[in-house]
Design a protein around this ligand. Structure first.
Ligand SMILES: [Zn+2]
Length: 396
């Protein structure tokens, strides 16, 4: 079967070359770091696998090289059921990229990532309560992986100790796609990553209702996961490095916002990354369209300014500000303000700032969408930027 797939992939690649050449060319260069409103913006990826996972290939040094080429400043590997990379001393700065180690834990209900841990002893048969107890005890973060996957979706309630979820998982998009969409995406990947990504988005479900629903009770962080393995078994037990990490790196990125810059000290910078993720000071961007570095979603209440991930007392009112980065100029984007997952306002514009008044208690988040030219001449809508929410709470 796989041999047929490979032959089909090759022929599709040729067929799609002509089509791809008419599509948008992805931006290849990303700014390393900028400061907006006193915050540093660092792009990074969470949830991928290396040779420390049984079904993956790749080394920390190799992944770091590919990440650096895509302007990525931090990478958090999540190996299946082990933290061996940590005990082997693989965490650290590799050039301009901070490489961190976490775990992807197979639970009876589904899959959870464990980030910021120093030890991992949970077995597959242990109840999830034990895993969450261990993560909380170590001051780590548990993140819901594959929340919307057809086979891997989380079965059960989401415990309050789970800090957040994947709002976009590249592997899930892939598995949800039809065979034709998969083949087209695979063929397009090396030549036009935007087109490949859009192929995958067609049949995917939406994890957003889960995100919006839990956010109404408490902070619930949304992030992006590439979940690459760099391993396809074409011959039994032999891993062919595909799809390559370097082809997926710059496609979509998380951007964390931190008050303090990276220092080069691994322990301090590790803490900075996990604090920003835990606080939801993070947005997800389809950076292959244009580098979203410089985006900001903030709110003012009196003299107080907060940013995405933060919570405010709804009684004080709030005014939201969305700042689009310089790269927005070429995309003609539209800014959508959503409250509890429902669009309440939209504004067209290039770069610059947009202000929105609040409409009472709710979970407010931003989606910046843009049209992408396709082979058929019609613009396909894609979300360029997903902010984390700002929560306006009525006190209990
Ligand atoms: Zn995974």
């Amino acid at each position: 079967m796989l041999r047929i797939v490979v032959v089909a992939m090759a022929s599709l690649l040729l067929a799609s070359l002509a089509r791809a050449s008419m599509l948008t060319t992805p931006a290849d260069h990303f700014a390393g770091q900028v400061s907006i409103d006193g915050f540093y913006d660092y792009p990074g990826l969470v949830h991928f696998h290396t040779g420390y996972s049984g079904d993956a290939s790749g080394t920390y040094a190799g992944v770091a090289r590919d990440a650096a080429d895509a302007g990525i400043r931090f990478m958090i590997a999540t190996e299946h059921e082990n933290l061996d990379a940590l005990s082997d001393g693989r965490e650290g700065w590799y050039g301009s990229t901070l490489m961190l180690s976490g775990v992807e834990s197979t639970r009876p209900e589904g899959y959870l990532l464990g980030l910021g841990l120093s030890r991992y002893s949970t077995t597959r048969d242990d109840p999830t309560d034990r895993f969450l107890e261990s993560v909380s005890g170590q001051g780590g973060l548990a993140i819901l992986a594959h929340p919307d996957h057809r086979r891997w979706a989380w079965l059960g309630t989401v415990d309050d100790r789970v800090a957040g979820m994947e709002i976009l998982d590249l592997a899930d998009l892939f598995y949800a796609a039809t065979p034709v969409e998969k083949l087209t995406a695979v063929a397009l990947l090396p030549v036009n990553r935007t087109a490949a990504y859009l192929e995958l988005g067609r049949s995917a479900g939406s994890p957003f209702p889960i995100w919006d629903e839990i956010g109404r009770r408490r902070r619930f962080v949304g992030l992006y996961a590439p979940d690459f393995h760099q391993c396809v078994e074409i011959i039994n037990d032999h891993c062919t490095a595909f799809p390559k990490a370097r082809d997926l790196m710059g496609l979509v990125r998380n951007h964390i916002l931190t008050r303090t810059p990276f220092t080069g000290d691994v322990a301090a910078d590790r803490a900075t990354v996990y604090a920003a993720i835990g606080a939801g000071h993070l947005y997800v961007a389809l950076d292959v369209l244009a580098d979203a570095t410089g985006f900001m979603f903030s709110a003012e209440q009196g003299r107080r300014t907060v940013l995405m991930g933060d919570e405010l007392d709804a009684r004080g009112g709030a005014e939201f500000t969305v700042t689009l980065p310089p790269a927005a100029r070429g995309l003609k984007p539209t800014v959508y303000l959503l409250r509890d997952g429902i669009e309440i306002e939209r504004r067209d514009g290039g770069d610059g700032s947009f202000r929105f008044a609040d409409r009472g208690p709710g979970v407010y988040r931003i989606e910046v969408r843009t049209g992408i030219p396709t082979f058929f001449g019609r613009d396909r809508q894609a979300v360029w930027i997903y902010s984390n929410p700002i929560y306006l709470r009525r006190p209990a």
